[in-house]
Design a binder for this molecule. Structure first.
Ligand code: UDP
Length: 319
């Protein structure tokens, strides 16, 4: 199983969503335990007690570590607005510079002072040895991959799938309603301008044996040009493989024709987004869904939860 669009680990606290995906796939237990190579050492992520003790060469217990980190944190930042302020406020400068600054500059192509604090809020900081990247009740990996899961979702007599077909507005003439999960600006043929996205390039390399010993290795140093390496066989630990396929992941600004991955949402995008959202709000026959359709950094579970909700609301109105 290869994660051709980068690592996707299914995790959620929403039981409805978990039950829904389990109807279409067999989920195998999987916990994401990410590592980070930075400043000539390998550490455990998200930042936890092991990371803190190793990084500072200490043997602190939870309360001691809390106090130690508080002493480094910039408590004068009361209400962090930017990514950098959020990091300085909660982990202090040394950890910020080792784990977040370089990675984030590579991932987003701008200074963390320009990014919203919400991006960092995706990651926890733990004062215990829990190194599970996600803090959700339900986690797992579809045994046969996401493609099989999506195929099973679409396998219904009322669903017709047409791939390799460019959308043309005339196609919706016969439709009662359109649910648009492509880029919001793309629906309007980019007439007001393009919303900014980051795209990813994956540089594949093969290896005999175990290349890095884990599924995801992040690289915090700015000088390393990629953000992370994924070794795909570790996403399906219930299988065993001699050979190995790895991807080096590079992030860059999406150009027309590239696959959009991450909505950037800086100040200028927000102004343009407002304009597109005003157009979208006036639509009566079109509903915009998903990461691209709503231009938000959504995880899979939130996307699915919102889609189920959208469908329920729509059905309640029409039936
Ligand atoms: N991040 C970081 N260092 C890391 C991992 C993440 O600075 O080692 C920051 C980075 O800005 C990233 C954000 O935290 O965009 C969210 O990380 P997450 O792992 O959720 O990103 P995804 O897997 O969605 O690409």
């Amino acid at each position: 199983m290869m994660h051709v669009y980068g690592p996707h680990i299914f995790h959620t606290d929403d039981e409805t969503v978990w039950n829904y995906v389990n109807k279409f796939a067999t989920f195998m237990p999987f916990q994401n335990r990410v590592k980070s190579t930075t400043q000539n050492a390998v550490y455990s992520l998200p930042i936890n007690l092991l990371t803190i003790n190793q990084f500072f060469g200490k043997t602190m217990r939870p309360d001691e570590a809390r106090e130690f980190i508080s002493a480094q944190a910039d408590l004068s930042i009361e209400d962090p607005q930017s990514f950098e302020e959020q990091a300085l406020r909660f982990v202090g400068r040394p950890l910020y510079e080792a784990f977040f600054k370089g990675y984030t500059e590579k991932q987003w192509g701008c200074s963390p002072t320009e990014l919203p604090a919400s991006i960092l809020k995706r990651l926890p900081v733990r004062f215990n040895y829990d190194d599970n990247y996600f803090f959700h009740r339900f986690q797992g990996m579809p045994r046969d991959g996401y493609t099989a899961m999506v195929e099973a979702i679409l396998d219904h007599p009322n669903i017709k799938v047409e791939l390799q077909t460019t959308y043309d507005p005339s196609m919706s003439e016969d439709a009662d309603h359109v649910f648009w999960s492509g880029p919001l600006d793309g629906y309007y043929d980019y007439k007001l301008g393009r919303l900014g996205y980051r795209t990813l390039d994956f540089e594949r390399f093969d290896y005999e044996g175990d290349y890095q010993g884990c599924a995801v290795m992040n690289y915090g140093d700015r000088e390393v040009p990629y953000t992370r390496i994924t070794e795909h066989k570790h996403f399906s630990p219930w299988e065993s493989h001699e050979g190995s396929v790895c991807y080096r992941e590079f992030s860059r600004l999406a150009e027309p024709g590239d696959t959009p991955y991450y909505p950037i949402r800086l100040v200028e995008e927000k102004a343009l987004l407002d304009e597109y959202q005003a157009l979208a709000a006036a639509e009566t026959k079109v509903t915009f869904v998903g990461r691209l359709g709503t231009y938000r950094y959504l995880d899979m579970d939130v996307t699915i939860g919102e889609a189920l909700q959208t469908a329920a609301t729509f059905m309640a109105k029409t039936v």
